[in-house]
Design a protein around this ligand. Structure first.
Ligand SMILES: Nc1ncnc2c1ncn2[C@@H]1O[C@H](COP(=O)(O)OP(=O)(O)OP(=O)(O)O)[C@@H](O)[C@H]1O
Ligand SMILES: [Mg+2]
Length: 263
């Protein structure tokens, strides 16, 4: 089981869209996926076709150890993956976990108990570096960072990269950046091309080859409770996310070979 956080403390950069569509894309490739919604906004839950107001159990119950992942997860009706949902109740967990033992590791232990059931766990983080995001980062092998190629993008990245380094040093030695994903990209905008080039020169092959275009079908899909990949598979946005899912799977494979080659 590989656990990835989709994180960026900036709001509205495409974290949820990426999590939901990568989950659906990986499912289409035959992978068993669990999406964990770690955002009290519950957008990934709703975007997976699950009503956040009707959740019998949620990630909140898992964090407070009153339910297991197996008890609290439910199937996305059309996405092909499982969802550990979230709603407003989750914002309470932030306060309730303060002063509790192993508060950073609650999610990690809960996921470990369900590791036989999933090939991939994708965690949709809230737009902050809060205790919830920390629980995500402490549970993960890697971080996927969606970003728009805008003027302040590189600046914001420094904070995130530093946080990831600190978590790596102090809390989770396994954590690495899997890659940066350029989203909502419009090649006609010169500034976006320039920032994209800067990204590649700073971060090299940490920048995913796949680029997600700005595509209205991806923005429309959540109101139908479907990932864009399911809602309109032929749209440019859906195709890009399926391609991205292939790239994520391919990126994991060579790492395994190089380790065995070195041994
Ligand atoms: N490639 C895209 N093309 C067009 N619209 C997009 C694309 N990706 C995301 N959007 C839209 O941009 C908005 C923000 O996206 P999203 O909710 O995924 O960001 P987020 O980082 O999860 O936001 P938050 O920080 O609030 O959790 C949404 O309305 C979404 O539908
Ligand atoms: Mg979101």
């Amino acid at each position: 089981m590989r656990v990835f956080c989709v994180a960026n403390q900036k709001g509205g950069v495409g974290k949820t869209t990426t999590t939901v569509n990568l989950a659906a894309g990986l499912s289409r490739l035959g992978q068993r996926v669990l999406l964990v919604d770690l955002d009290p906004q519950g957008n990934a839950t709703m975007g997976s076709g699950i009503d956040k107001r009707q959740l019998p159990l949620s990630v909140y119950d898992v964090l407070l150890e009153s339910a297991s992942v197996a008890e609290a997860r439910c199937a996305s009706p059309q996405g092909g993956y499982q969802v550990l949902g979230a709603n407003r109740e989750l914002s309470g967990a932030e306060v309730e976990l303060v002063g509790v033992e192993r508060r950073n590791e609650r999610l990690r232990s809960a996921l470990a108990a369900a590791s036989a059931d999933h090939d991939f766990v994708l965690i949709d983080c809230p737009p902050s570096l809060s205790l919830l995001t920390l629980n995500g980062l402490c549970s993960a092998h890697g971080v996927i960072v969606p970003m728009q190629c805008e003027y302040f993008a590189l600046e914001g990245l420094t904070d995130l990269v530093n946080t990831i380094k600190q978590v790596h040093a102090n809390l989770n030695r396994e954590l690495t950046i899997i890659g940066l994903l350029r989203v909502m990209f419009d090649p006609r905008i010169t500034l976006q091309q320039q920032v994209s080039e800067q990204l590649k020169s700073h971060f090299g092959d940490k920048v995913f080859n796949t680029v997600i275009p700005r595509n209205v079908r991806l923005a429309e899909a959540p109101s139908y409770g479907q990932p864009g990949v399911v809602f309109d598979p032929s749209s440019k946005g859906a195709q890009a996310y399926v391609e991205f899912a292939r790239e994520v799977v391919a990126r994991l494979a060579p790492a395994d070979t190089s380790t065995s080659g070195a041994a």
